[in-house]
Design a protein around this ligand. Structure first.
Ligand code: PMV
Length: 315
């Protein structure tokens, strides 16, 4: 028996970094997925196969003793094996992903959500809230300070406000382009840098949190009014706050500026210091994006995913 689950990638439309310090954020799940397949084995081991390699460790090995990319899976597998009377000797977990790693599209969160769903699905112990709790715990084995916003949107799909998990309906097509700076980012480092900024200037950081909250309220209204122009302006305004907390760089600024003429607004998505930007582009200008960004950047247009995490048992 195989328990197969998949979860979507995500973008943060508004509020990254500030969300770690308690403000709201708006996130959307997008049409790239990771699939995790779990099977029960007779060996007393946890075996993990992914594009990053294969590991096999004895059951109950502490996740801290494994490389960081495998920690969430070892953590979750041990949790499952510890369920009273579960009678499982070992587990094999296989990860297949079409989400680029380390560029701010939520690859690790999607993996945690799909793995929690696949593993707990083995016992039919499946609920959205249970998966969300377990996936956030698993993600904390890599990012102890995670806001949990990424796992939330990967679980529920669609466009949501965090932390309320309220769905935001947009009746107009969001023509969002995701462009990769090709600079790998490091979420932990960037989050730490922002905490330093906060420590050095509590007053300004608190003002920025208030501005971000106000901006998000205005965005929700713009979405209700189908106002893409205001939405774009708010993205650019949000980018200014991200510049101020120093998670941008010259490459990101160049990318944003190269799309200026054809975009309604653009900004970093995710931790920044590299990774990806998102740009809101009018339909008629979509085909101009690759040439404006240049050959050394990757870009694609993102569609909203409304399914969130899905799960099935295969014989
Ligand atoms: O770049 P990502 O996908 O790791 O997103 C990080 C988002 C932050 O707000 C910077 C951190 C968080 O936990 O919300």
């Amino acid at each position: 028996m195989k328990s197969v689950s998949s979860a979507p990638a995500k973008i943060i439309l508004f509020g990254e970094h500030f969300v770690v310090h308690g403000t709201k954020a708006i996130l959307a799940a997008i049409d790239k997925r990771v699939t995790v397949t779990s099977t029960v084995t007779e060996n007393k081991t946890i075996k993990i196969n992914s594009e990053l390699g294969t590991i096999e460790v004895p059951i109950f090995t502490s996740y801290k003793k494994t490389k960081s990319e495998f920690r969430p899976f070892v953590y979750l597998a041990n949790k499952v094996i510890s369920i009273p009377n579960c009678n499982i000797n070992g587990l094999e977990i296989t990860i297949d992903s079409d989400i680029p790693i380390g560029v701010g599209l939520g690859s690790s969160s999607a993996c945690c959500v799909a793995a929690a769903s696949s593993l707990f699905g083995l016992f039919k112990a499946w609920s959205y809230s249970g998966i969300l709790t377990m996936s956030i715990e698993a993600e904390k084995t890599i990012f102890p300070n995670t806001s949990g916003a990424d796992c939330t949107v990967c679980t529920y799909g669609g466009m949501i406000e965090h932390p309320s998990i309220e769905k935001i309906d947009n009746t107009f097509d969001l023509n969002l382009v995701i462009a990769n700076s090709m600079i790998p980012h490091n979420t932990k480092k960037s989050v730490k840098k922002v905490s330093k900024f906060k420590e050095n200037d509590e007053k300004r950081f608190s003002e920025l949190c208030d501005l971000e909250t106000k901006l998000i309220d205005e965005v929700v209204l713009a979405m209700k009014n189908n106002d893409a122009t205001v939405l774009g302006l708010k993205m650019s305004e949000n980018q200014k706050y991200l510049e101020e907390i120093q998670v941008s760089n010259d490459t990101i600024r160049d990318m944003i500026s190269s799309l200026k003429e054809i975009s309604l607004g653009s900004k970093i998505t995710g931790a920044g210091d590299g990774g990806c930007i998102i740009a809101l582009i009018n339909d008629e200008n979509m085909d101009k994006v690759p040439a404006l960004l240049g050959k050394d950047k990757e870009c694609f247009s993102a569609k909203l995913d409304t399914k969130g995490v899905v799960w099935k048992i295969e014989k």
